[in-house]
Design a protein around this ligand. Structure first.
Ligand code: ARG
Length: 462
């Protein structure tokens, strides 16, 4: 093995300590940027040729060399040497071996500082598209599942106490809304990050006549950055990306938490398919929702990445600092974790069944119709605060007598309010109540069906 020769070997005396080599290297982490590094280098070299800073022939040699290196990496034939520190230096060194003097001209007017800032942006732009596609699949799985339960009623909860009746479809669609916001957040993130820092050099730009707009255009950026100091030290988009991942993880963990609870014997609302459960090494009867628990648990790692990136950025002096290298650890980790969690959640959602019989059998519990009864009284001309009080004492009495409101006779009802008429019975019982929701965005069957149509149109366009 020939010893790795680095571009600054003339500046520093002797070989670096092995501790140094191991501590500063990021190749093990940033090699996943290789495609973007090569694409960025080709654009830079083409611009150098346009500006007559290298010859057309040198550009050709650089381009051919870089394409060959790209193929070697893709096919696993490239030897990564950590002595080169990072993917940028590893590729450049390989290029110099292939293209000699032409290779040595690639880094003209460039620093790893603007290079890495460019690479992460290019990588992230692609990753956002992939995450968005996966979010869309997740939403489609939710909408499909909702379509099976547009007439089936379940209790809604606030404070994990029974609240009002809803259709199962609306419950499921509540997650489609959350993931829609995640989709939009990622879109916004992609819009903001799509600025080319290339040509900002190490910190101050260059005395060479670089055409920054040319590289920006070649790489599909919407504009160039206009302050070289900021351009090499801006990692706001990394923090934003991880925040977006953290929100996705939050939403997934809330769904996971619901279904962990709903799949317990105490609830028995959902049946998670065996393919997505595990058992116990000791208790033979167990069917555990471990995958959902892991989705919930991995949220912690994503939050950790968010805290890490914010802390890495905090109080760094102006310009590039090596602290910045740690950004990729957390950006990649959040991306990997969230991608895996979306894939698993999508599969679980597609295979989970709601036990509608069991849910229906329990709908009489918890006075789910109490709010609708108060609204019925409002319809008869009673002020809502008074109606609330009337139904409150009615519920308290029913609870003592172990009765449901629908079991009271008209005479009994009229003891609470003389305005109650025989039509009161149409307003009682979970199923009746859910059918009476009229406000837009309510959780009744009518609104759920409209929303399913909306989502099918919306997601069909993606
Ligand atoms: N591997 C480095 C990073 O990820 C590349 C930039 C290094 N720049 C430097 N001046 N040491 O940030």
């Amino acid at each position: 093995m020939t010893e790795a020769e680095k571009s600054w070997e003339k500046r520093l005396a002797g070989k670096p300590d092995e501790l140094t080599v191991n501590f500063v290297e990021s190749l093990s982490i940033d090699k996943r940027l290789y495609k973007y590094d090569i694409v960025g280098s080709i654009a830079h070299a083409q611009m150098l040729a346009q500006q007559k800073l290298i010859t057309k022939d040198e550009f050709r040699q650089i381009k051919d060399g870089l394409i060959e290196i790209s193929e070697q990496i893709a096919e696993g034939r490239f030897k990564f040497q950590k002595e080169y520190e990072d993917i940028h230096m590893a590729i450049e060194a390989a290029l110099v071996k292939k293209a000699g003097r032409a290779g040595k001209k690639l880094h003209t007017g460039r620093s790893r500082n603007d290079q890495v800032a460019t690479d992460i942006r290019l990588w992230m732009r692609d990753r956002i598209e992939i995450l968005q596609a996966k979010i869309t699949l997740l939403q489609k799985a939710l909408v499909k599942s909702a379509g099976r339960y547009t007439e089936n009623i379940m209790p809604s909860y606030t404070h994990l106490q029974r609240a009002q009746p809803i259709v199962i479809a609306s419950y499921i669609l509540s997650f489609a809304e959350q993931f829609e916001r995640d989709f939009i957040r990622l879109k916004n993130c992609s819009g903001l990050l799509n600025i080319s820092p290339l040509g900002s050099g190490a910190v101050a730009g260059s005395t060479l006549n670089l055409d920054r707009k040319s590289t920006s255009k070649q790489l599909g950026f919407s504009d160039i950055s206009y302050n070289s100091i900021d351009a090499v030290s801006d990692r706001d988009f990394c923090a934003e990306f991880i925040f977006d991942c953290a929100m996705i993880a939050t939403h997934l963990s809330r769904l996971a938490e619901d279904w962990i609870i709903y799949s317990s014997s105490e609830f028995g609302f959902v049946l998670i398919d065996d393919a997505y459960c595990t058992s116990s090494s000791m208790m033979p009867q167990k069917r555990n929702p471990d995958l959902l628990e892991l989705i919930r648990g991995k949220t912690g790692s994503v939050y950790g990445s968010l805290m890490a990136i914010l802390t890495i950025l905090k109080a760094q002096p102006s310009g590039y600092n090596r602290d910045m290298q740690e950004d990729k650890v957390h950006v990649f980790s959040a991306d990997d974790t969230v991608e895996a969690c979306i894939d698993v959640a999508c599969a679980i959602i597609s295979h989970t069944k709601f036990d509608t019989k069991r849910i229906s059998a329990g709908l009489d519990e918890g006075f789910l119709d109490a709010t609708a009864l108060a609204e019925y009284l409002v319809g008869k001309g009673i002020a809502f605060r008074e109606a609330h009080g009337v139904v409150g004492s009615l519920v308290a009495d029913c609870e003592k007598q172990n009765k449901k409101p629908a079991e009271l006779t008209l005479d009994e009802f009229q003891k609470y309010s003389s305005l109650i008429e025989p039509d009161v019975y149409e307003h009682l019982g979970a199923v009746n109540v859910a059918g009476k929701y009229v406000t837009e965005g309510s959780a009744g069957p009518k609104q759920a069906k409209e929303q399913i149509e909306y989502w099918n149109r919306q997601l069909g366009q993606r």
